[in-house]
Structures are given as structure tokens and as C-alpha cells.
Write a protein that binds this ligand. Structure first.
Ligand code: TPP
Ligand SMILES: C=C(O[C@H]1C=C[C@H](C(=O)CCC(=O)O)[C@@H](C(=O)O)[C@@H]1O)C(=O)O
Ligand code: MG
Length: 544
């Protein structure tokens, strides 16, 4: 047992590392994800000692891409995390998660170990230019000695820590008593970074113009509250935090996508909150010259909107408007939803729409759903019936940049940060394969109560629904877009000893969802990809 050293030698890497970890803990970081490396050893040892003292949770991941998204999932669920790695290409593997955090406005902390500045520009091993490595969107704080850490609360913080040899502390870190006590009293930074509902100046909107409320990703419940106060139709994406109550419309996308829909044509004003990312009909509505747009800027970088905005404010209020407008939208929504359910039910085999519907129904009060990009989030948008207000369901998605990367790890992180209830994830097969390293968990690792439902259509079916999927391109489609892989997911799961179940019917899927194993498991739902374009065209042509 190495002796405890209350204070490391002044100017040592151990002292610098301990100062960084202390400040992060004081700022509310309680989750640390370590990717193994020698250069970051002083930081890793300091985190280990903080974990031994019960102040933080320590996670280890061998793949920095997964480590970054694990930290993102923790942070997205208000358990602020720091991810740390060694120098060189390891740092670049964190970039996808850092970019998602920047665009989603998440306070992820990135600790990159570096060689001392004197070695920069030389051929020193594993040394590159890490200052500004995440581009203009994320500033770097380059640390050579202990000092105050400027941390961002509305986006990622990059701390590049110059660590010189010796890289080993000369003993265990005995954390300062006052730090331990303050954490035990949960003083200092909050361990749960949430979108605090700060009292903000809300701008009143006059009744009259035929208005709809669009709630994009991370809009929060403010969108629902405004729609309810004004009696306006609510067009809420699954990860908006507003897809609850009786103003939210399930099939808004189909109503807007109908060029002859009189209700859509009659819209005169849109109030938009969060970041709408799912569909071109919503994008088209927001870009219409005859529509007034009132916007609450979203979190994250580039918060200015890609469409003309008439009024921008941190929030809006409204009085009750004419309910006939809402009633007309509700009636049309119910009518087209009935036709959608009939179309899906008429299909003999398991469809991705049924998978999304079954998953949505399986997410009970308090539970969490993490949904992957591409078709799963769009199928959920069509099939997810808005749920009652107040039942604390949470739907999480990486919509800052809509990447298919890191989704397994994001789901694990989000699930670990919400241990009171099970989490389900819904994702495509290519998305799953893209982060299958997320299943590589060491024997000491905290494990989530998480069911990963993988919709396996052996490739990227989204492209069938886009321009690329037109039959004119069929000679090149599979090679460039369909990308069939033929991977045996059962064997892939077996490699990491992850429980796996393959289902090919709705009944089998519902049975699996009703009997989760309470730990990490994969339920593979096999569906045909060849039918996607036909189904998509039929669904888009549905009318009330
Ligand atoms: C990191 C990243 N690479 C590529 C893309 C482009 N992309 C979007 S969806 C998709 C295919 C997703 O396939 P899958 O997960 O199986 O879902 P499906 O489309 O079959 O529903 C790809 C490659 C992306 N969004 N992010
Ligand atoms: C496949 C990629 O992402 C694309 C996915 C769908 C988007 C889309 O147009 C959906 C159409 C709809 O449902 O209305 C598409 C877009 O936003 O234009 C995304 O690029 C990809 O390769 O990035
Ligand atoms: Mg697929």
C-alpha cells in the first residue's frame, strides 16, 4: 500500500492533476470517464482517489469515442461528467461527442492530457497541437500549473493539461477534509446540472393569428404550457420534452406534409422552441414567407435560426385563443392517425413502425427512452401517442447534430444517470454497429438497467425515403447508401457477453419488453428494409 501524501510536491504533475480534479468536484462534476493512457495517469490517479473517497463515480472505457458519448449521456441526464484521455489521436476520438455537446448546449468537461508546451512542434512522441483541437466552437484552456478553471455551463469545456514526468504521484491523495465535508453536504456546484427554470421575461403574444407551436429537441415543457394556455395546436418532436398532454398532435408531420391540407395552409404564425430537426414539412412551414415566426432561441452554439424570425424572446405568454382552430387540428390528427394505424396493422410481418409503437407503449411513468437518429426517431414521431402530463417520462436523443455515432454509449450514460427507473433505447442496426464498442464494459464497471432495441433491417433504410432512394439510383443504392452488413448481432453481443434476444413478430417483441432482465440487454427486432420506400410513400400520402 503506497503511503498517503497529503500534499504532492509543488509544481508536480500530481499537484496539477489534483488541483484540476478538486475544482471540477467543487463545480459539481461527480462522474468521471477515464480512457486509459500514460500521459493522463496523474489525472486518472487523482480521480481514482476521489472515487475511493466516495466523492465521484469512476467509469473506464477503452474506446475514447464511446468514453465521450458515455460522458455526454451522463451529462445530458443532469449528472455532469468529465471525460479524460491521453495525448495524440485519443483526443481526436472525443471530437464527435464534443461537437454534439456544443450544438446541444451540454456542459460536458473534456480533460486532455498533453506533453509540456516546450515539446510542441518537436517530434516528441504522441505530441500534436491539442490547443484548439476541437475547432472554433470550443475554446481550449491550456493548463501548465494550478489555477482557476473557467468552466462553461451551457456548452463543453476543454481543459488541456500539460503533464510532465514523473507521471506517478508519490502516494495516495488524501482529499482535503473541507472538500469531503462540502460534498457530503452537497454544497458548491450542483451534482445535477439541469435546465433551471429561471424566472425569465416572457413576451405576451396577442390572440388572433392562426398559430401552431413547434417544439423541437430540448424545447422543454414551456412549449406545452404555452400551447395549453393559448389553446394552440402543439407539434412536438419526441425528444422535445413537450410531447405530453392533449394539445400535442401525433401525426402533425403528415398533416403538414400534405400540400392540399387546408389547416397547414391556413397557419399564420408559428412559435418555435428547441431545435426542430426531424422533418422537411416543419422546415418548410418555418420558412414560409406568409408565416410569422416567434422564436425562443435554443441552447447550444449557432442558436440563430436558419429561417427568418419575426420576434425572438426568452419566452412567450398568451391568453386563450379561439378553440375552434385547435379542435380542427385535433380532429384531422385523429383521422389520419386512424388511417396510419390501419395501414400498419394491415402489414403481415413486423414493421419498424410497430417496433417504435411497441417501444413507446413500453416506456412507463418515470422511465426513460433514448432514441437513435435516422428512421427510429422518425418512426417514433409517427407512432408515439402523447402521454399524460406529469408522469415523468423522459425521451433523450442526440439531436444537436443528429449523428448516428455514440448512441449505445449515450444510452448507457443516460441510464446510469437515472437509476430509479429502467431505460429503453430504440436505434437502427447501423447506428448500433457504429458504437458496438459501447458494449465493452470491464468487470468493475457500473452497469445500467437498459434494454437496447435494435431495429435490424440490415442497412440504412432512411436513404430509401430520401432522393437517393429513387429507383433511378437502384444500381448504386446498396453500395453507397443501403450498406448491407450481414453482421450476426447475436455473435457480436456474445463477444461482450451482452444478453441478446432476436424477435421477428410484434408479440415476441412485446413479450420481451414486458420482461426485461433488469440489466444491459439487446433485443434485436428484425424487419425488412426493401419495403421501407413503399411504406414511407404510402404513409406520406395518408389524408384525414
Ligand atoms: C456519424 C454519422 N455518420 C453518418 C451519418 C449519415 N446517416 C444518417 S442515417 C444513416 C444510416 C442509419 O442506419 P440505421 O441506424 O440502420 O437506421 P435506419 O436508417 O435503417 O433506420 C447514416 C449513415 C450520420 N447521421 N452520422
Ligand atoms: C441520412 C442523413 O440525414 C438525413 C435524414 C433525414 C433528413 C430528412 O430530410 C428527413 C425528411 C423528412 O422526413 O421529412 C435529412 C435532411 O434533414 O435533409 C437528413 O440529412 C444524412 O446523411 O445526414
Ligand atoms: Mg437500419
Amino acid at each position: 500500500m503506497t503511503p498517503a501524501s497529503p500534499a504532492s510536491p509543488a509544481g508536480s504533475s500530481a499537484e496539477l492533476a489534483r488541483d484540476v480534479v478538486r475544482q471540477l468536484v467543487e463545480a459539481g462534476v461527480r462522474q468521471f470517464v477515464v480512457a486509459p493512457g500514460s500521459r493522463n495517469a496523474p489525472l486518472s490517479f487523482a480521480v481514482f482517489d476521489a472515487a475511493e473517497a466516495g466523492l465521484v463515480d469512476l467509469h473506464t472505457r477503452v474506446d475514447e469515442r464511446s468514453a465521450g458519448f458515455l460522458a455526454l449521456g451522463l451529462t445530458r441526464n443532469h449528472a455532469r461528467a468529465a471525460v479524460l484521455c491521453t495525448s495524440g489521436t485519443a483526443v481526436a476520438n472525443l471530437h464527435p461527442a464534443v461537437l454534439e455537446a456544443a450544438h446541444a448546449g451540454l456542459p460536458l468537461v473534456v480533460l486532455t492530457a498533453d506533453r509540456p508546451a516546450r515539446l510542441r512542434g518537436t517530434g516528441a512522441n504522441q505530441t500534436t497541437d491539442q490547443v484548439g483541437v476541437f475547432g472554433r466552437l470550443v475554446d481550449t484552456v491550456d493548463l501548465a500549473a494550478p489555477g482557476p478553471l473557467p468552466l462553461s455551463d451551457d456548452g463543453p469545456s476543454h481543459l488541456n493539461v500539460q503533464l510532465d514526468e514523473p507521471l506517478l504521484p508519490d502516494g495516495r491523495w488524501v482529499l482535503p477534509e473541507r472538500l469531503v465535508r462540502s460534498i457530503e453536504r452537497n454544497e458548491g456546484g450542483s451534482a445535477r446540472i439541469g435546465a433551471a427554470d429561471r424566472s425569465i421575461e416572457r413576451l405576451p403574444l396577442a390572440p388572433g393569428p392562426r398559430t401552431v407551436v413547434v417544439a423541437g429537441d430540448d424545447a422543454g415543457p414551456a412549449a406545452r404550457r404555452l400551447a395549453e394556455a393559448a389553446r394552440w395546436p402543439l407539434l412536438a418532436e419526441p425528444s422535445s420534452g413537450s410531447r405530453t398532454g392533449d394539445h400535442a398532435l401525433r401525426c402533425y408531420r403528415l398533416l403538414l406534409g400534405d400540400p392540399d391540407n387546408e389547416l397547414a395552409a391556413a397557419v399564420e404564425r408559428v412559435v418555435v422552441l428547441g431545435r426542430p430537426t426531424l422533418s422537411r414539412p416543419v422546415t418548410r412551414l418555418l420558412g414560409r414567407a406568409d408565416v410569422e415566426v416567434c422564436s425562443v432561441p435554443p441552447r447550444g452554439v449557432w442558436a440563430e435560426r436558419p429561417f427568418a424570425v419575426t420576434t425572438s424572446a426568452p419566452g412567450f405568454t398568451a391568453e386563450a385563443d379561439d378553440p375552434a382552430w385547435l379542435d380542427a387540428w385535433r380532429e384531422a390528427d385523429r383521422a389520419v392517425a386512424r388511417r396510419l394505424d390501419a395501414l400498419v396493422a394491415a402489414e403481415p410481418g413486423l414493421t419498424p413502425y410497430e417496433v417504435a409503437g411497441a417501444v413507446a407503449r413500453a416506456v412507463g411513468p418515470g422511465m426513460q427512452l433514448v432514441v437513435g437518429a435516422s428512421n427510429p426517431v422518425r418512426d417514433l414521431d409517427l407512432m408515439h401517442r402523447p402521454t399524460p402530463v406529469g408522469e415523468r417520462r423522459k425521451i433523450v436523443a442526440n439531436r444537436g447534430l443528429a449523428g448516428i455515432d455514440g448512441t449505445v454509449s449515450t444510452a448507457i450514460g443516460a441510464a446510469l444517470a437515472r437509476p430509479d427507473h429502467p431505460t429503453i433505447a430504440l436505434l437502427g442496426d447501423v447506428t448500433f454497429l457504429h458504437d458496438s464498442n459501447g458494449l465493452v464494459l470491464g468487470p468493475r464497471e457500473p452497469r445500467p438497467d437498459l434494454t437496447l432495441v435494435v431495429v435490424n433491417d440490415d442497412g440504412g433504410s432512411i436513404f430509401h425515403t430520401l432522393e437517393q432512394g429513387h429507383p433511378a439510383h437502384s444500381d448504386r443504392f446498396e453500395a453507397l447508401f443501403g450498406t448491407p452488413h450481414g453482421v450476426d448481432l447475436a455473435s457480436l453481443c456474445a463477444a461482450t457477453r451482452t444478453p441478446h434476444l432476436r424477435v421477428e413478430s410484434l408479440a415476441a417483441l412485446e413479450q420481451a419488453l414486458a420482461n426485461p432482465n433488469g440489466a444491459l440487454e439487446v433485443v434485436e427486432a428484425v424487419v425488412p428494409r426493401a419495403l421501407r420506400r413503399g411504406h414511407d410513400l404510402a404513409i406520406r400520402s395518408l389524408r384525414p
